[in-house]
Design a binder for this molecule. Structure first.
Ligand code: HEM
Length: 504
């Protein structure tokens, strides 16, 4: 019997004459509907963005442009509300931030963005709030302020190994790559606190840890996954050896996943292994309720999520903070003076609770968070079916809405001279400026690791600035260049500093 093989002329003609024209016709009809009959049809924006999701794919994947930077131009042209996809609006007024992300709103996450973060269910990738809350509540004890305060010695240990490695650089007369150093430190902190293991990234020569290189190399793929979910599905089915053969720089990432996969298996099959840990981990929390134990893959994805959520966010803030502190001698002098007074004897390292009370260090950290933004891509949410009022307009239910943190942090009415690094603004301000610090986001889906994040920021900057005299080596704050890959993804040159140990 004659068959229809992939190479047969009949098959090719079926594609050319049947499937392709049907797809073109369907897309054209959909574009006309989107442009003229869609519930968002009256909102302004580029026609191509209104017509099809392909516009955003073109901007982010093919032109490799930053969506959050492109949005600035679009708002200049179209006003406060811009339609950036057939079913998506972006807002420019900072007040819209609190209308979307607030404790009362239980709005779903938009899976067109969030699916990229995990193959299986994980805290970040559950769309609806009630299910997400159940999942989120499981790890709340691990990230509670109480637990972070108890575990702070582990954060200090990671900082001590980072400093030992910096000392090696000093001995060998080499500058330190501050970007790599604090990426390594952040990854070691997440592993130590969440899994009671270490990647020992901070001990790698020149801080060249494979896991850091891998995490960096993997980031640009996320925007491809965002627009082409089929590719993510295919990649997730690939065996690790094939992936590493195709992209050798992902070796460190594959090893990290393997380590977490093995640890999940061990934790689930050998209760004694868990009992032997000397600290709580995510496994203790997730395996507490025998009726509610996630699958191996889901638990592994949760672990990977913690690494992704806790590494670049914290280290970006520290790295860009250091660049700005070192570029401004008055800021450095004032910070060092405050730290010397609070930490007079170099051998007696202060606790996180003491550091938190230092006003200038706090101001420096808030300014570092403000200027690095945490997440830069609009964190998209779905308006509930009854609709909502945002920025003075009624937004129909089912619409996807968002506002990038950058639109709040760089708003001149709130933060005068917003592009400048000015810690003083947090000390001198009359209004409640904290309302507008949104790097950890706001509302019920805001950062789960905020206590650990703050602890890491205080202790990292305090240790670095108190223990060393530092000088920028041929770079400055303007070299902090990023591309919007949901997080700000650093694309600038090597960030080198010269360090000398302080003795008093
Ligand atoms: C300076 C440090 C940090 C910043 C600026 C930051 C920022 C954020 C932001 C903006 C979100 C919301 C994401 C969204 O809705 O799309 C988030 C969520 C999250 N963060 Fe952080 N983060 C930091 C550190 C950490 C750390 C250290 C951890 C843990 C190891 C962590 C774990 C999480 C988790 C699990 C979520 C998902 C929460 C949920 O979906 O309910 N973060 N973070």
């Amino acid at each position: 019997m004659p068959g229809l093989s992939l190479e047969s002329p009949d098959f090719l003609s079926l594609i050319w004459k049947g499937v392709l024209p049907s797809w073109v016709l369907y897309s054209a009809v959909k574009a006309v509907y989107n442009l003229y009959f869609h519930p968002l049809a009256r909102f302004p924006g580029p026609k191509l963005a209104a017509a099809s999701d392909w516009w955003q794919a073109y901007i982010e994947v093919f032109k490799a442009e930053s969506l959050s930077k492109k949005l600035v131009k679009l708002h200049e042209e179209f006003g406060d509300i811009v339609r950036v996809a057939p079913n998506e609006l972006h807002f420019a007024k900072p007040s819209a931030y609190h209308e979307i992300y607030n404790v009362k709103n239980r709005w779903d996450r938009d899976m067109k963005l969030y699916h990229i973060f995990a193959d299986e269910v994980s805290t970040l990738t559950i769309p609806d709030y009630p299910t997400a809350k159940k999942r989120r509540d499981i790890s709340i004890p691990l990230f509670s302020r109480k637990n972070v305060i108890e575990m702070q010695h582990l954060v200090q240990q990671c900082l001590d190994t980072t400093c030992e490695n910096i000392d090696k650089h000093i001995k060998e007369g080499k500058s330190v790559n501050i970007y790599k150093a604090f990426r390594c430190c952040a990854v070691d902190i997440v592993f130590t606190i969440c899994f009671a293991r270490s990647m020992n990234a901070t001990s790698e020569p020149d801080f060249s840890a494979p896991v850091i290189a891998s995490l960096h190399a993997a980031m640009p793929v996320t925007v491809i996954f965002k627009h082409f979910p089929m590719i993510q599905k295919l990649v997730s089915m690939m065996p690790a050896w094939l992936l590493v053969n195709l992209r050798p720089e992902l070796d460190g990432y594959a090893k990290m996943r393997k380590m977490l996969t093995d640890q999940v298996k061990e934790a689930k099959t050998n209760p004694q292994a868990l009992a032997d840990y000397h600290q709580p981990t995510i496994y203790h929390e997730f395996l507490k309720d025998p009726k509610n134990i996630p699958s191996d893959k889901s638990l592994r994805d949760e672990a990977v999520l913690f690494v992704n959520a806790g590494t670049d966010t914290a280290s970006n803030t520290i790295i860009a903070g250091v660049l700005n502190i070192l570029a401004n001698p008055e800021i450095l002098a004032r910070l060092q003076q405050e730290l010397v007074e609070a930490w007079p004897n170099l051998d007696n390292v202060p606790r996180f609770e003491q550091l938190e009370k230092l006003p200038y260090l706090t101001a420096v950290l808030k300014e570092s968070l403000r200027t690095t933004h945490g997440v830069v891509q609009p964190m998209t949410r779905v308006v509930p079916k009854e609709g909502a009022q945002i920025s003075g307009r009624f937004i129909p239910g089912g619409s996807v809405v968002g506002i990038s943190n950058t639109f709040v942090h760089l708003n001149e009415d709130i933060f005068r001279d917003a592009c400048a690094f000015k810690p003083e603004r947090w000390l001198d301000s009359e209004g409640d400026l904290d309302t507008w610090l949104v790097a950890f986001s706001k509302g019920p889906r805001s950062c789960l690791g905020i206590n650990l994040g703050w602890c890491e920021l205080y202790m990292s900057i305090a240790n670095l600035v108190r223990r060393y005299d530092l000088k920028l080596d041929g770079v400055g704050p303007s070299d902090w260049v990023w591309r919007d890959l949901y997080l700000p993804h650093f694309v600038g040159p090597d960030l080198m500093v010269k360090a000398q140990r302080r003795t008093v």
